[in-house]
Design a protein around this ligand. Structure first.
Ligand SMILES: Cc1cc2nc3c(=O)[nH]c(=O)nc-3n(C[C@H](O)[C@H](O)[C@H](O)COP(=O)(O)O)c2cc1C
Length: 355
Protein backbone atom coordinates (compact mmCIF):
# COMPACT_ATOMS: atom_id res chain seq x y z
CA UNK A 1 0.00 0.00 0.00
CA UNK A 2 1.26 3.45 -0.87
CA UNK A 3 0.76 5.67 2.16
CA UNK A 4 2.47 8.81 0.90
CA UNK A 5 0.34 11.60 -0.60
CA UNK A 6 0.27 15.38 -0.94
CA UNK A 7 -0.77 15.80 2.69
CA UNK A 8 1.88 13.48 4.17
CA UNK A 9 4.50 15.49 2.26
CA UNK A 10 3.03 18.77 3.52
CA UNK A 11 3.02 17.50 7.10
CA UNK A 12 6.40 15.76 6.84
CA UNK A 13 5.08 12.41 8.08
CA UNK A 14 5.34 8.80 6.88
CA UNK A 15 1.75 7.59 7.43
CA UNK A 16 -1.43 9.71 6.98
CA UNK A 17 -2.66 8.61 10.40
CA UNK A 18 -3.29 11.30 12.98
CA UNK A 19 -3.91 10.74 16.67
CA UNK A 20 -6.89 12.97 17.45
CA UNK A 21 -6.32 15.70 20.01
CA UNK A 22 -8.25 14.66 23.14
CA UNK A 23 -8.16 17.20 25.94
CA UNK A 24 -8.26 15.41 29.30
CA UNK A 25 -6.98 12.14 27.81
CA UNK A 26 -4.00 12.94 25.57
CA UNK A 27 -0.57 13.25 27.19
CA UNK A 28 2.73 14.40 25.69
CA UNK A 29 3.71 10.69 25.85
CA UNK A 30 0.77 9.76 23.61
CA UNK A 31 1.57 12.49 21.10
CA UNK A 32 5.26 11.54 20.98
CA UNK A 33 4.50 7.81 20.63
CA UNK A 34 2.35 8.41 17.54
CA UNK A 35 4.74 10.93 15.97
CA UNK A 36 7.71 8.63 16.65
CA UNK A 37 5.78 5.80 14.92
CA UNK A 38 5.56 7.83 11.70
CA UNK A 39 2.07 9.30 12.20
CA UNK A 40 1.12 12.73 13.53
CA UNK A 41 0.42 13.14 17.24
CA UNK A 42 -1.84 16.05 18.25
CA UNK A 43 -1.38 17.90 21.54
CA UNK A 44 -4.65 19.47 22.77
CA UNK A 45 -4.31 22.81 24.57
CA UNK A 46 -7.84 24.24 24.09
CA UNK A 47 -8.70 26.78 26.81
CA UNK A 48 -5.47 26.22 28.76
CA UNK A 49 -3.33 29.03 30.15
CA UNK A 50 -0.35 30.25 28.11
CA UNK A 51 2.01 28.83 30.80
CA UNK A 52 0.52 25.32 30.72
CA UNK A 53 0.41 25.45 26.91
CA UNK A 54 4.15 26.11 26.77
CA UNK A 55 4.93 23.50 29.42
CA UNK A 56 3.03 20.74 27.53
CA UNK A 57 4.63 21.69 24.21
CA UNK A 58 8.11 21.58 25.73
CA UNK A 59 7.40 18.25 27.41
CA UNK A 60 6.30 16.81 24.05
CA UNK A 61 9.37 18.20 22.30
CA UNK A 62 11.57 16.48 24.88
CA UNK A 63 10.04 13.14 23.81
CA UNK A 64 10.12 13.47 20.02
CA UNK A 65 11.98 15.36 17.33
CA UNK A 66 9.26 14.48 14.80
CA UNK A 67 6.48 16.91 13.77
CA UNK A 68 3.35 17.05 15.94
CA UNK A 69 0.23 19.21 15.85
CA UNK A 70 -1.02 21.54 18.56
CA UNK A 71 -4.81 21.83 18.79
CA UNK A 72 -6.75 24.98 19.76
CA UNK A 73 -10.37 25.76 20.67
CA UNK A 74 -11.37 28.87 18.70
CA UNK A 75 -14.81 29.53 20.19
CA UNK A 76 -15.98 32.90 21.49
CA UNK A 77 -16.18 33.20 25.27
CA UNK A 78 -19.60 33.72 26.91
CA UNK A 79 -20.63 35.67 29.98
CA UNK A 80 -22.08 33.91 33.03
CA UNK A 81 -25.84 34.07 33.62
CA UNK A 82 -25.74 33.94 37.42
CA UNK A 83 -29.25 32.63 37.94
CA UNK A 84 -28.74 29.69 35.55
CA UNK A 85 -25.29 28.94 36.96
CA UNK A 86 -26.50 28.87 40.58
CA UNK A 87 -29.45 26.60 39.72
CA UNK A 88 -27.10 24.06 38.11
CA UNK A 89 -24.68 24.32 41.03
CA UNK A 90 -27.51 23.61 43.50
CA UNK A 91 -28.52 20.60 41.42
CA UNK A 92 -24.92 19.29 41.33
CA UNK A 93 -24.58 19.69 45.12
CA UNK A 94 -27.59 17.39 45.51
CA UNK A 95 -26.32 14.96 42.86
CA UNK A 96 -22.94 14.69 44.63
CA UNK A 97 -24.58 14.12 48.05
CA UNK A 98 -26.92 11.47 46.62
CA UNK A 99 -23.91 9.54 45.28
CA UNK A 100 -21.53 10.21 48.23
CA UNK A 101 -19.18 12.41 46.24
CA UNK A 102 -17.76 15.45 48.00
CA UNK A 103 -16.58 18.53 46.13
CA UNK A 104 -16.53 22.31 46.57
CA UNK A 105 -18.37 24.57 44.19
CA UNK A 106 -16.46 27.45 42.60
CA UNK A 107 -17.72 30.99 42.55
CA UNK A 108 -18.96 31.82 39.00
CA UNK A 109 -16.67 34.87 39.13
CA UNK A 110 -13.62 32.57 39.28
CA UNK A 111 -14.30 30.52 36.13
CA UNK A 112 -11.28 30.69 33.81
CA UNK A 113 -11.01 29.75 30.15
CA UNK A 114 -8.28 31.24 28.01
CA UNK A 115 -8.83 32.46 24.46
CA UNK A 116 -6.72 30.91 21.70
CA UNK A 117 -5.47 34.43 20.97
CA UNK A 118 -3.43 34.24 24.18
CA UNK A 119 -1.74 31.04 22.92
CA UNK A 120 -0.70 32.09 19.40
CA UNK A 121 2.58 33.79 20.41
CA UNK A 122 3.67 30.63 22.20
CA UNK A 123 2.92 28.46 19.16
CA UNK A 124 5.03 30.83 17.07
CA UNK A 125 7.90 31.01 19.56
CA UNK A 126 7.91 27.21 19.81
CA UNK A 127 7.83 26.88 15.99
CA UNK A 128 4.86 24.52 15.95
CA UNK A 129 4.70 23.03 12.42
CA UNK A 130 1.00 22.01 12.42
CA UNK A 131 -1.86 23.82 14.15
CA UNK A 132 -5.30 22.21 14.17
CA UNK A 133 -8.40 23.81 15.61
CA UNK A 134 -12.09 23.25 16.33
CA UNK A 135 -15.28 25.17 17.27
CA UNK A 136 -14.86 27.85 14.58
CA UNK A 137 -12.31 29.63 12.44
CA UNK A 138 -9.04 31.39 13.24
CA UNK A 139 -9.11 35.16 12.77
CA UNK A 140 -7.18 36.66 9.84
CA UNK A 141 -4.34 38.05 11.93
CA UNK A 142 -3.67 34.69 13.60
CA UNK A 143 -3.76 32.92 10.22
CA UNK A 144 -1.24 35.41 8.83
CA UNK A 145 1.07 35.14 11.84
CA UNK A 146 1.02 31.34 11.89
CA UNK A 147 1.45 31.03 8.12
CA UNK A 148 4.35 33.50 8.10
CA UNK A 149 5.95 31.15 10.58
CA UNK A 150 5.45 28.19 8.23
CA UNK A 151 2.65 26.40 10.10
CA UNK A 152 0.18 24.14 8.31
CA UNK A 153 -3.37 24.94 9.46
CA UNK A 154 -6.17 22.35 9.80
CA UNK A 155 -9.77 23.30 10.70
CA UNK A 156 -12.72 21.10 11.72
CA UNK A 157 -16.05 20.93 9.84
CA UNK A 158 -19.24 18.98 10.54
CA UNK A 159 -21.05 20.06 7.35
CA UNK A 160 -20.22 21.05 3.75
CA UNK A 161 -21.18 24.65 4.57
CA UNK A 162 -18.63 24.79 7.41
CA UNK A 163 -15.96 23.18 5.22
CA UNK A 164 -16.43 25.79 2.47
CA UNK A 165 -16.32 28.63 4.97
CA UNK A 166 -13.07 27.26 6.44
CA UNK A 167 -11.52 26.84 2.99
CA UNK A 168 -12.32 30.49 2.24
CA UNK A 169 -10.20 31.59 5.22
CA UNK A 170 -7.12 30.23 3.41
CA UNK A 171 -6.22 27.27 5.63
CA UNK A 172 -4.44 24.15 4.34
CA UNK A 173 -6.69 21.20 5.20
CA UNK A 174 -10.02 20.30 6.79
CA UNK A 175 -11.02 17.55 9.19
CA UNK A 176 -14.47 16.20 8.30
CA UNK A 177 -15.91 15.17 11.67
CA UNK A 178 -18.73 12.64 11.30
CA UNK A 179 -21.47 12.38 13.90
CA UNK A 180 -19.95 9.06 15.10
CA UNK A 181 -16.97 10.91 16.56
CA UNK A 182 -16.23 10.88 20.28
CA UNK A 183 -15.97 14.11 22.27
CA UNK A 184 -17.21 17.55 21.27
CA UNK A 185 -18.80 18.31 17.93
CA UNK A 186 -16.72 20.92 16.13
CA UNK A 187 -19.92 22.58 14.83
CA UNK A 188 -19.74 26.36 14.58
CA UNK A 189 -22.54 27.46 12.24
CA UNK A 190 -25.48 27.60 14.57
CA UNK A 191 -28.21 28.92 12.29
CA UNK A 192 -29.78 25.50 11.78
CA UNK A 193 -30.23 22.21 13.71
CA UNK A 194 -26.98 20.54 14.82
CA UNK A 195 -25.45 18.75 11.80
CA UNK A 196 -25.63 15.02 12.49
CA UNK A 197 -24.08 13.67 9.28
CA UNK A 198 -22.36 10.30 9.44
CA UNK A 199 -18.80 10.13 8.07
CA UNK A 200 -19.77 7.95 5.10
CA UNK A 201 -22.07 10.75 3.85
CA UNK A 202 -20.08 13.74 5.05
CA UNK A 203 -16.60 12.83 3.84
CA UNK A 204 -17.24 12.41 0.07
CA UNK A 205 -19.52 15.47 0.04
CA UNK A 206 -16.84 17.66 1.65
CA UNK A 207 -14.18 16.17 -0.66
CA UNK A 208 -16.37 17.09 -3.66
CA UNK A 209 -16.90 20.66 -2.48
CA UNK A 210 -13.44 21.85 -1.44
CA UNK A 211 -10.09 21.77 -3.19
CA UNK A 212 -7.84 21.32 -0.13
CA UNK A 213 -7.02 17.92 1.48
CA UNK A 214 -9.65 16.42 3.80
CA UNK A 215 -8.98 14.34 6.92
CA UNK A 216 -11.60 11.84 8.10
CA UNK A 217 -12.65 11.64 11.77
CA UNK A 218 -15.33 9.58 13.50
CA UNK A 219 -15.69 5.84 14.02
CA UNK A 220 -12.30 4.86 12.57
CA UNK A 221 -10.87 2.07 14.71
CA UNK A 222 -9.31 -0.63 12.50
CA UNK A 223 -7.84 -1.41 9.08
CA UNK A 224 -11.23 -1.67 7.37
CA UNK A 225 -12.44 1.73 8.53
CA UNK A 226 -9.10 3.33 7.59
CA UNK A 227 -9.26 1.83 4.11
CA UNK A 228 -12.90 2.91 3.71
CA UNK A 229 -11.99 6.52 4.55
CA UNK A 230 -9.29 6.58 1.85
CA UNK A 231 -11.72 5.09 -0.69
CA UNK A 232 -14.15 7.90 0.16
CA UNK A 233 -11.49 10.48 -0.68
CA UNK A 234 -9.72 11.18 2.63
CA UNK A 235 -6.09 12.30 2.53
CA UNK A 236 -5.60 11.19 6.16
CA UNK A 237 -7.55 9.68 9.05
CA UNK A 238 -7.83 11.17 12.53
CA UNK A 239 -8.38 8.57 15.24
CA UNK A 240 -9.37 9.30 18.84
CA UNK A 241 -11.34 6.69 20.81
CA UNK A 242 -9.08 3.79 19.72
CA UNK A 243 -6.18 5.37 21.66
CA UNK A 244 -8.09 6.04 24.92
CA UNK A 245 -7.41 2.64 26.59
CA UNK A 246 -3.64 2.93 26.00
CA UNK A 247 -1.05 3.19 28.79
CA UNK A 248 -0.23 6.74 27.66
CA UNK A 249 -3.83 7.94 28.18
CA UNK A 250 -5.07 9.90 31.22
CA UNK A 251 -8.43 8.09 31.22
CA UNK A 252 -9.26 6.56 34.62
CA UNK A 253 -9.28 2.73 34.83
CA UNK A 254 -13.09 2.44 35.09
CA UNK A 255 -13.47 4.59 31.92
CA UNK A 256 -11.00 2.40 30.00
CA UNK A 257 -12.76 -0.79 31.18
CA UNK A 258 -16.20 0.56 30.24
CA UNK A 259 -14.94 1.63 26.82
CA UNK A 260 -13.57 -1.81 26.04
CA UNK A 261 -17.04 -3.31 26.64
CA UNK A 262 -19.01 -0.61 24.81
CA UNK A 263 -21.67 -1.59 22.27
CA UNK A 264 -22.79 0.36 19.20
CA UNK A 265 -25.72 2.05 20.98
CA UNK A 266 -24.01 2.97 24.28
CA UNK A 267 -23.04 6.54 23.40
CA UNK A 268 -25.16 9.65 22.91
CA UNK A 269 -24.76 13.33 22.23
CA UNK A 270 -25.18 15.48 25.33
CA UNK A 271 -24.74 19.07 26.48
CA UNK A 272 -24.82 18.02 30.16
CA UNK A 273 -21.09 18.19 30.87
CA UNK A 274 -19.98 21.30 29.02
CA UNK A 275 -22.89 23.14 27.41
CA UNK A 276 -21.65 22.04 23.97
CA UNK A 277 -22.82 18.94 22.12
CA UNK A 278 -20.41 16.06 22.72
CA UNK A 279 -20.57 12.28 22.36
CA UNK A 280 -19.90 10.03 25.33
CA UNK A 281 -20.99 6.80 26.99
CA UNK A 282 -24.32 7.26 28.76
CA UNK A 283 -23.97 7.43 32.56
CA UNK A 284 -25.65 8.71 35.72
CA UNK A 285 -24.42 12.30 35.34
CA UNK A 286 -25.74 12.59 31.80
CA UNK A 287 -29.12 11.02 32.54
CA UNK A 288 -29.82 12.86 35.80
CA UNK A 289 -28.71 16.27 34.48
CA UNK A 290 -30.87 15.91 31.40
CA UNK A 291 -33.85 14.75 33.51
CA UNK A 292 -33.47 17.76 35.86
CA UNK A 293 -35.18 19.94 33.26
CA UNK A 294 -32.79 22.81 34.13
CA UNK A 295 -31.48 25.18 31.47
CA UNK A 296 -27.91 24.13 30.73
CA UNK A 297 -25.66 27.20 30.35
CA UNK A 298 -23.66 27.53 27.14
CA UNK A 299 -20.09 26.31 26.70
CA UNK A 300 -17.70 27.27 28.37
CA UNK A 301 -19.80 28.18 31.42
CA UNK A 302 -21.32 24.71 31.98
CA UNK A 303 -17.84 23.22 31.49
CA UNK A 304 -16.52 25.36 34.36
CA UNK A 305 -19.56 24.66 36.57
CA UNK A 306 -19.23 20.87 36.24
CA UNK A 307 -15.41 20.92 36.59
CA UNK A 308 -15.26 20.33 40.39
CA UNK A 309 -17.69 17.35 40.46
CA UNK A 310 -15.91 15.75 37.49
CA UNK A 311 -12.50 16.25 39.12
CA UNK A 312 -13.76 14.65 42.36
CA UNK A 313 -15.22 11.70 40.42
CA UNK A 314 -11.93 11.19 38.56
CA UNK A 315 -10.05 11.09 41.89
CA UNK A 316 -12.32 8.25 43.04
CA UNK A 317 -12.24 6.40 39.70
CA UNK A 318 -16.01 6.94 39.49
CA UNK A 319 -17.06 6.72 35.83
CA UNK A 320 -20.70 7.63 36.55
CA UNK A 321 -20.16 11.26 37.56
CA UNK A 322 -17.62 12.38 34.95
CA UNK A 323 -17.59 12.37 31.16
CA UNK A 324 -16.58 9.23 29.29
CA UNK A 325 -16.17 10.70 25.79
CA UNK A 326 -16.31 7.99 23.17
CA UNK A 327 -17.15 7.56 19.49
CA UNK A 328 -19.75 5.07 18.26
CA UNK A 329 -16.99 2.57 17.42
CA UNK A 330 -15.40 1.25 20.61
CA UNK A 331 -11.69 0.41 20.54
CA UNK A 332 -11.14 -2.92 18.78
CA UNK A 333 -7.40 -3.17 19.22
CA UNK A 334 -6.69 -4.13 22.83
CA UNK A 335 -2.95 -3.45 22.93
CA UNK A 336 -1.23 -1.54 25.70
CA UNK A 337 0.91 1.11 24.04
CA UNK A 338 0.08 3.74 21.45
CA UNK A 339 2.98 2.56 19.31
CA UNK A 340 1.63 -1.03 19.31
CA UNK A 341 -1.90 0.22 18.51
CA UNK A 342 -0.46 2.33 15.69
CA UNK A 343 1.56 -0.59 14.25
CA UNK A 344 -1.51 -2.84 14.34
CA UNK A 345 -3.59 -0.22 12.49
CA UNK A 346 -0.94 -0.11 9.74
CA UNK A 347 -0.71 -3.91 9.59
CA UNK A 348 -4.48 -4.38 9.36
CA UNK A 349 -4.82 -1.73 6.65
CA UNK A 350 -1.98 -3.21 4.59
CA UNK A 351 -3.48 -6.70 4.83
CA UNK A 352 -6.63 -5.60 2.97
CA UNK A 353 -5.77 -6.42 -0.62
CA UNK A 354 -8.96 -5.66 -2.44
CA UNK A 355 -12.51 -4.48 -1.97
C1 LIG B 1 -11.82 12.10 24.88
C2 LIG B 1 -11.92 12.99 23.68
C3 LIG B 1 -11.48 14.30 23.73
C4 LIG B 1 -11.50 15.11 22.59
N1 LIG B 1 -10.96 16.37 22.66
C5 LIG B 1 -10.78 17.08 21.51
C6 LIG B 1 -9.99 18.27 21.51
O1 LIG B 1 -9.41 18.67 22.52
N2 LIG B 1 -9.87 18.94 20.33
C7 LIG B 1 -10.45 18.49 19.16
O2 LIG B 1 -10.29 19.12 18.12
N3 LIG B 1 -11.17 17.35 19.14
C8 LIG B 1 -11.35 16.64 20.28
N4 LIG B 1 -12.02 15.43 20.24
C9 LIG B 1 -12.58 14.96 18.96
C10 LIG B 1 -11.50 14.24 18.14
O3 LIG B 1 -10.59 15.16 17.62
C11 LIG B 1 -12.05 13.40 16.96
O4 LIG B 1 -12.94 14.16 16.20
C12 LIG B 1 -12.74 12.12 17.40
O5 LIG B 1 -12.04 11.49 18.43
C13 LIG B 1 -12.83 11.17 16.21
O6 LIG B 1 -13.75 10.14 16.45
P1 LIG B 1 -13.39 8.74 17.16
O7 LIG B 1 -13.28 9.09 18.63
O8 LIG B 1 -14.55 7.89 16.84
O9 LIG B 1 -12.07 8.26 16.62
C14 LIG B 1 -12.03 14.62 21.37
C15 LIG B 1 -12.49 13.29 21.31
C16 LIG B 1 -12.44 12.47 22.43
C17 LIG B 1 -12.89 11.04 22.31
Amino acid sequence: MIWQNKLTKLLGIQYPIIQAPMLGVTTPEMVAAVSNSGGLGSLPVGGLSPEITRERIQKTKALTNKPFAVNLFVNALDNVNLEEALAIQDFLDKLGKKHNLEFDRKSPGSFTFYSYKEQIDILIEENIPVVSFTFGWLDNDCIKQLKNNGAILIGTATSVKEAKLLEDTGIDAITAQGVEAGGHRGTFINDEPLPQVGLMSLLPQIVDNVSIPVLAAGGINDGRTIKAAFILGASAVQIGTAFIPSNESLAIPSYKDRLLQAQDTDTQLTKAFSGRWARGIRNTFMTETEQSGLTIPEYTIQNSITGPIRAAAIKQDNNQLTNMWSGQSAPKIKLETCSDIFKELIKQTESIKSI
